[in-house]
Design a protein around this ligand. Structure first.
Ligand code: IFM
Length: 841
């Protein structure tokens, strides 16, 4: 039970003078385990100085030695200079040791060491309460057995065995094993750190090019695509099964095969962005180590490169250490990558990165990686009590969001992130509107890097505005390296029909979407300086674009002609409600910002005037928005009359027929109610929701999550749940058959938004975090971790109560209430009767 697992922490009872008194052999083993990075917790009833004196490590290892004294409620860390108090419990009324062990368990969890990565040996009171799912060995273990356990662990460490993961079903995603689903499995199991990612390609796959992608590294083609790096994890493997799982908690991909035995374990370091690591072990007839003569061997570094001809390039260097232990073969591979958006980095760069890794070693790289993922999750916790399936699929979405963007420099986030080649990895509104709001709340630095991508492309957007006779900045529908439009001229639908793409010409709402993203970022983060300094042009120059673009008609009203809304089934329309209201919001926001900046003048007055004059298609008599001028005159076809959503109506019925009908691809009028509800009249959501949902095919993967959010806001969370599940399971069940070409990362952003904006009813404003939870009956509670302003907050709602935990003050506002300042550690509120009618947003 313990011999075939590697533990990262060992918690044992030590009560000299009896069993272990003066046992140097135990102490030496513990010390050596610490040098391998194992954290040892000694639980004792005795005086700390006495126990520490017996255990005092001779040298500082990478693993820690903690002395836990439950009786007195203390935890000491022991180093060669003696014990120092780390934690003390003033009044521990809980069961014996609970507080001290809980503290240690939390300390380990902060390092990504949870559950079955912890071994508890001997009679450790309250261990089961503190260490969830730990492996516990015999409460009264004999000293020889204890020594044997330590030896097993030392053997595993010395021979570089494949580490273990905490096999927790609440955090583990099994990859599909059917041969035909291999493409989807590769995407689902993608591991990455935001800078780079590897699809879950099987080690033996020879043709693995294109499976390693780097953020912002595109080819130099007219329609660029992400440069495809090679499969750095390739190893000769024979006849092994393809059973793999992705550990969401620590970002590790594991493969296990029983017959023939094989285990592989790989990661892209979340701590050292350029580092790759892999270990594999298997029988000699399965894991074929090059030059296998049964001896330990080192290989020279292998260097592979991709791209570079007129575009970006990637270079990867790896070095292996192979070993034979009996009939087992063990391989450890460390790797380093380098990339450039222009040209290919030299081999020397990766060679020297690789040389630096030797000093760190695999164990340290893994420990740092686990701790970095624990840190990422500490701002992004998610739990759905009452529905483990929904919880797991939500965590899957958040995992990939956390792995989608670097948290420094600039982040070019494509619709599929770095999980596949679809859409060439181009940056669309998916980044600004779907991914960025989630990251602004759970990984603000990555959201800031996404805005940096837009900021650095302002010159290109300004040039595009000028070139089309306009002013300000006209962001392109699709962009890659230089910020010019890279939309492909033609796409082929699944029906085989070739369609001219006109999104680049008409889908102008992207301009306001970029401004909205900048504003949303500041509202989540409180980083108002962004909009008053570098970021202000994202709002001001986009408003300038609209001011130059708007036509004021003879009726005195302002219009936007020849545009396309999010509903791409109607590709050239006038006065699209979404575009017009987003433009109106952009103009008003820019005018308000001009006031803040002290630059208000004729220009900002013109913005306000034009905003007030813009038509928006809202009819107060019916309470409905008309999606665009003439929409109600189209064939009143409903989605259910054609097929069960989701479906691609253009592929089923042909683009012409769909263009003449009221079928829509994704929320358009409804999208306004999601993004800028304050720009829509009270009651409008409820009036428009069913009307437009009935016409929506969910032909875009972006659609169901937003509908879920809106049904929750309209007080219909049970109607929202199937839509939420459609979005959250989209890739796990490959619902649209498109997962192989990459995970729908923007949908995952939508999943987070459905939870946060929809079910919890969160809205960040500059004054307060608004909150109005509406949970489906089948969920007992929903909890999200996020950052709001300076605070790290946990918000948990059940059907009666709302709990806020925070480490800095947070001002909350409940529906109908006044802003309520909550100092740390937070507050609890009673919620209204959930069946009572509520104000619309
Ligand atoms: O940006 C989306 C668009 O809204 C619908 N078609 C696919 C694009 C990329 O995801």
């Amino acid at each position: 039970m313990t011999a075939d697992r590697t533990f990262e922490a060992l918690c044992c009872r030590w009560n000299p003078p009896d069993a272990c008194s003066g046992a140097p052999e135990i102490r030496d083993r513990i010390e050596e385990l610490c040098t391998f990075g194992v954290h040892v917790v000694v639980v004792s009833d005795l005086d700390p100085a006495m126990v520490a004196g017996q255990l005092l490590p001779h040298s500082e290892g990478r693993g820690s030695l903690h002395l836990c004294l439950p009786r007195v409620g203390q935890v000491h860390e022991v180093t060669s200079s003696g014990p120092s108090l780390r934690w003390r419990d003033g009044c521990d009324h809980r069961p014996e040791g609970y507080g001290a062990l809980r503290w240690i368990a939390g300390w380990l969890a902060e390092r990504g060491i949870t559950g079955s990565l912890v071994l508890v040996v001997g009679d450790v009171p309250a261990a089961s309460a503190a260490f969830d799912r730990a492996v516990v060995v015999d409460t009264a273990v004999e000293r020889p057995r204890f020594q044997q356990i330590l030896d097993e662990q030392l053997d595993r460490r010395r021979s570089g065995r494949v580490p273990s993961v905490d096999a927790d079903p609440a955090w583990s995603i099994p990859l599909p094993i059917e041969r035909l689903a291999e493409g989807a499995a590769e995407a689902i199991g993608t591991i990455g750190n935001g800078w780079a990612a590897s699809r879950a390609v099987l080690e033996e796959r020879v043709d693995g090019s294109g499976t390693f992608l780097v953020n912002g590294v595109f080819t130099g083609d007219a329609v660029p695509t992400l440069v495809g790096g090679s499969n750095w994890s390739s190893i000769a493997v024979r006849d092994a099964s393809t059973t793999r799982s992705l550990d969401l908690r620590t970002g590790v991909l594991v493969r296990e095969s029983a017959d023939p035995p094989l285990r592989t374990f790989k990661l892209i370091s979340a701590h050292r962005p350029h580092v790759l690591a892999l270990r594999a072990e298997g029988s000699s007839n399965c894991l074929l180590v090059p030059g296998d003569d049964g001896a330990t061997g080192e290989r020279d570094a292998q260097v592979t490169s991709s791209g570079g001809r007129g575009g970006g390039g990637i270079v990867i260097a790896t070095a292996d250490r192979a070993q034979a232990v009996g009939d087992d073969r063990l391989v450890e591979r460390l790797g380093a990558w380098a990339a450039s958006p222009r040209g290919r980095p030299s081999d020397d760069v990766v060679q020297s990165l690789l040389a630096d890794l030797e000093g760190a070693g695999f164990d340290r790289i893994l420990a740092e990686h686990r701790a970095a993922w624990a840190e990422r999750w500490s701002n992004a916790a998610i739990s759905i009590t009452g529905s483990p399936e929904d919880e797991l699929s939500a965590r899957f979405a958040v995992f990939h969001l956390l792995a989608s963007a670097p948290d420094a420099g600039e982040a070019a986030v494509g619709p599929r992130g770095l999980t596949g080649p679809a859409y060439g990895g181009h940056v669309f509104w998916d980044a600004d509107v779907f991914v960025l709001p989630a990251l602004a709340a759970i990984r603000p630095s990555a959201a800031r890097a996404m805005l940096e991508y837009r900021l650095r492309r302002l010159p290109a957007a300004r040039a595009a505005a000028l070139a089309s006779g306009g002013r300000g900045a006209r962001f392109p529908w699709e962009s890659a390296t230089d910020g010019t439009d890279v939309t492909p001229p033609i796409v082929t639908l699944s029906s085989g029909e070739d369609v001219l793409v006109r999104t680049d010409e008409h889908e102008e709402h992207i301009v306001a979407d970029v401004a909205w993203a900048a504003d949303e970022y500041t509202r989540w983060t409180g980083d108002t300086a962004f909009l008053t300094t570098a970021g202000c042009d994202l709002v001001l120059d986009t408003a300038r674009w609209w001011a130059g673009r708007i036509r004021v008609g003879a009726d005195g009203r302002a219009h936007l002609d020849h545009v396309m809304g999010p509903d791409e089934y109607h590709d050239e329309v006038d006065d699209n409600a979404f575009t017009n209201v987003m433009a109106r919001w952009n103009l008003r926001r820019a005018a308000a910002l001009a006031d803040e900046l002290g630059i208000a003048g004729d220009e900002s007055s013109e913005w306000r005037l034009l905003a007030d004059r813009l038509v928006d298609g809202f009819d107060p008599a019916t309470g409905l928005y008309e999606q665009f001028a003439g929409y109600w005159d189209l064939e009143p076809l409903l989605a259910a009359q054609v097929a069960e959503p989701p479906f691609a109506a253009d592929a089923l019925l042909g683009t012409d027929r769909v263009d003449r009908s009221q079928l829509i691809k994704q929320p358009d009028v409804l999208m306004l109610h999601h993004m800028i509800p304050s720009e829509t009249p009270p009651g409008s959501l409820e009036w428009n929701l069913d009307v437009y949902t009935a016409r929506t095919t969910h032909g875009s993967s972006l659609s169901p999550a937003i509908h879920a959010a809106l049904y929750a806001r309209a007080g219909r969370p049970d109607d929202a749940l199937p839509l939420f599940r459609m979005a959250a399971r989209l890739d796990l069940d490959d619902i649209t058959g498109t997962t192989a070409s990459g995970l729908h990362l923007a949908t995952m952003g939508g999943v987070w938004q459905a939870l946060a904006y929809g079910f919890l009813g969160l809205r960040p404003t500059s004054r307060a975090l608004e909150i109005d939870p509406r949970l489906p009956r089948s969920w007992d509670a929903l909890e999200l971790g996020l950052r709001y302003g300076q605070a790290r907050a946990r918000i948990r709602a059940d059907h009666e109560r709302l709990h806020l935990k925070c480490d800095a003050p947070v001002t909350l506002r409940l529906p109908g209430g006044l802003p309520h300042a909550c100092p740390p550690p937070g507050a609890t509120f009673e919620l209204d009767d959930p069946d009572a009618p509520r104000r619309s947003p």
